[in-house]
Design a protein around this ligand. Structure first.
Ligand code: 5AD
Ligand code: SF4
Length: 459
């Protein structure tokens, strides 16, 4: 069977797994392929090429990719189809994927996307000739930042800008330094040009991305200087950033967040664990006391800040008492929200090589459940404290449950839902909403006339 062609352009369907950096990389890939004449389709059935941009950070995402590959096997038995695995799994599992998954034609790691168009063209040509050619590009680079490529964005209020790539921290549980390589920052002028372009396309919010976003450094630019420069771009109303590491919060950065009205009052501050022995085993480079001192410093300077976090339960050799230290810390800090994970051993990491994954699955699950319960109660209390206030909300679109309601985000990143009846709002507007009630995950309220006075963001 011949490949389906539209004016000789091949149709590509791409699915993205994992973090925002992967979403951003998918936009880069779209741009690279479009400029070489490929078309994109939402319809998997109509695609000549199916790409999966993968994540290797936790087992769950990894298993989902294997599930999808099994589905594609069936399609590939029936017709020509080129299958590509991109991103972190391609990088980390190159031998395994190339050998044990014969349906994968192309494997491209996060630093090699520029080679993707040629590798796809080769694989397509081989298939048309009735043969198969595997294309593999998984070299890591010390320099690649894709600085000259303008990602092809999907519409939306928010746009991501990757300002740095890679990570040099080598937290012992984490696969990122192996899949995404060494830390490197982009030239700030390219970043600012990208922000200006986004503003001209109507994006009101920019989220600066990096595996270690606050370690950004380019000549005499640090992250504090960059975030202010982006916030000053005309048309950009809000700037967010993710994910920072607690080790890189100089006073200038806290002042930038505190002092600039367009820098959102929300910091995602990954904790991972609240016990010093576990933090040391994880290679996190801070102690419980230092982390708490940072939280105090942040809250002292920015009283209305919302803090969120990531936590791993059941890391190698974690005892019940050590887990209780994490639990107590989470209780004491009172996060607005937390992402709570079971430790999953990742191939090639320091922990996989050095420490046995010895906390039983049931114990990990129990610890996750206890923390989730605590966090839900805290999130509800924090959200309820917003009732009675008027918050400024950036309108993102229809609420998930009903197109009669708007959904947007408060400055502190909490979702806000309100009725469209009588609303004058449009997507991308900043509107005042008087909060009337709250749930664990959202605030609900009424739209106020524009110009109404706004109360502080968080509790
Ligand atoms: N197991 C469980 N969670 C992990 N994370 C990273 N690696 C692992 C792992 N091996 C979590 C961390 C990180 C978030 C993005 O994913 O909490 O902050
Ligand atoms: Fe992974 Fe640690 Fe780097 Fe974050 S800082 S990407 S957890 S190694």
């Amino acid at each position: 069977m011949k490949l389906i062609k539209t004016d000789h352009a091949y149709r590509v369907h791409i699915e993205t797994f994992g973090c925002q950096m992967n979403e951003y990389d998918t936009e880069l890939v779209r741009s690279l392929l479009t400029s070489r004449g490929f078309l994109f389709t939402e319809d998997r059935e109509a695609a000549d090429v199916i790409l999966m941009n993968t994540c290797a950070v936790r087992e769950h995402a990894h298993n989902r990719v294997y599930g999808h590959l099994a589905d594609l096997k069936t399609i590939k038995r029936q017709r020509h189809l080129v299958v590509g695995v991109l991103g972190c799994m391609a990088q980390n599992l190159k031998e395994e994927l190339a050998e044990s998954e014969p349906i994968v034609d192309v494997l491209v790691g996060p630093d090699a996307y520029r080679r993707l168009p040629d590798l796809l063209a080769d694989a397509i040509e081989a298939q048309e000739q009735g043969t198969a050619r595997k294309g593999i590009a998984v070299d890591l680079s010390e320099y690649e930042t894709y600085d000259d490529i303008l990602p092809e964005r999907t519409e939306g209020v928010n746009a991501w800008i990757a300002i740095m790539r890679g990570c040099d921290n080598f937290c012992t549980f984490c696969v990122v330094p192996y899949t995404r390589g060494r830390e490197r920052s982009r030239d700030p002028h390219g970043i600012l040009r990208e922000a200006e372009h986004l503003a001209s396309r109507g994006h009101k919010q920019v989220t600066l991305l990096g595996q270690n976003v606050n370690s950004y450094r380019f000549e005499d630019w640090d992250f504090a200087r960059l975030i202010i420069a982006v916030a000053e771009v005309p048309g950009i109303e809000r700037v967010r950033f993710t994910s920072p590491h607690p080790k890189d919060f100089p006073p200038a950065l806290l002042e930038a967040v505190a002092g600039h009205p367009k820098v959102c009052k929300h910091i995602h501050l990954p904790l991972q664990a609240g016990n010093d022995r576990i933090l040391d085993l994880m290679g996190r480079t801070y102690t419980r006391k230092e982390y708490l001192a940072l939280v105090d410093d942040i809250r002292g300077r920015i009283p209305d800040i919302a803090l969120t976090t990531d936590i791993i339960c059941g890391f190698c050799s974690e005892t019940d008492e050590e887990f209780r230290d994490t639990y107590r810390l989470v209780q004491d800090v009172g996060y607005h929200a937390a992402f709570i994970f079971k430790y999953s051993e990742r191939k090639n990491t320091i922990a996989a090589r050095k420490f046995p994954d010895d906390v039983p699955e049931a114990v990990k699950s129990d610890r996750v459940a206890r923390l989730v319960e605590l966090q839900r109660a805290t999130s509800l209390t924090k959200n309820q404290a917003m009732v009675g206030r008027t918050v400024s909300v950036l309108v993102e679109g229809d609420a998930k449950k009903s197109s009669d309601q708007w959904m947007g985000k408060a400055d502190n990143h909490i979702a806000v839902i309100w009725s469209k009846a009588g609303s004058r709002a449009r997507v991308g507007d900043l509107v005042p909403i008087a909060v009337t009630h709250a749930s664990v995950t959202a605030l609900f309220g009424n739209e106020q006339p524009s110009g109404s006075s706004i109360d502080a963001g968080a509790d």
